[in-house]
Design a protein around this ligand. Structure first.
Ligand SMILES: N[C@@H](CCC(=O)N[C@@H](CS)C(=O)NCC(=O)O)C(=O)O
Length: 211
């Protein structure tokens, strides 16, 4: 398997964590994502992934899978142990709802292409873009905290072992901390993240800070 990826990418971090939990490896194919001239915006990479996004997984049979949730569910089927989804239909739906609350409602509003468009189309400066990002992170994470407070059973977000919900939560919480948010204001998330930080698959595959 090969993984188109970028070290600062939160969505790549999710896939890297899943690979590590499964004991699987994928050859890294780095793709730059920052700035107008980034490789992710060039025709060459658009022919690989028309969305121009990382991560994208090239399977051993040559199929390209984009979108981190689809990639991680593929890896979970490829190597079922340890399972990344709970054993009940309800548990699986809850895990996916946490994952999507992060991927679709928070992270989707933050990647480089969003900042570039805010700048080009609406003359947003660096400070305005930072305020935009902080707004969506704060509102989105507070909602996830409330979702967890109402539903949580066990040591992690869903149950007693980390899976898809925690894989999506961890990189988003790491970047929220880097943005200066104090996770203590979201006690369920802070407690889960502290436990995840002690697990090598999570700790070693967090997104790298932007330099
Ligand atoms: N929903 C996608 C999000 C992928 C995504 O936004 N990736 C970012 C890096 S974290 C990216 O490639 N951004 C390129 C850009 O914004 O130009 C997933 O879960 O894989």
């Amino acid at each position: 398997m090969k993984l188109y990826e970028n070290e600062i990418s939160s969505a790549t971090s999710r896939v890297r964590i899943a690979l590590a939990l499964k004991g699987l490896t994928a050859e890294a194919l780095p793709v730059t994502i920052l700035g107008e001239e980034a490789e992710s915006r060039q025709e060459g990479y658009r022919k690989i992934d028309p969305q121009g996004l990382v991560p994208a997984l090239l399977t051993d049979s040559g199929v390209l899978i984009s979108q981190s949730l689809a990639i991680i569910e593929y890896l979970d089927e490829l190597r079922p142990e340890p399972p990344l989804l709970p054993g009940t239909a309800e548990g699986r739906a809850l895990a996916r709802s946490i994952a999507l609350a992060i991927a679709a409602e928070i992270h989707a509003l933050l990647p480089p292409r969003i900042g570039l468009h805010l700048r080009a189309a609406f003359q947003a400066d660096t400070d305005a873009i930072a305020r935009w990002s902080r707004h969506w992170v704060c509102e989105g994470i507070a909602a996830v905290e409330t979702m967890l407070a109402g539903r949580r059973q066990g040591a992690f977000a869903i149950g007693d072992r980390p899976g898809i919900a925690e894989i999506f939560l961890f990189p988003q919480a790491v970047s929220a901390k880097r943005m200066g948010f104090d996770l203590a204001q979201w006690p369920n998330i802070a407690g889960i993240v502290a436990k995840l930080e002690a697990i090598p698959a999570f700790q070693e595959n967090a997104p790298a800070p932007r330099r």
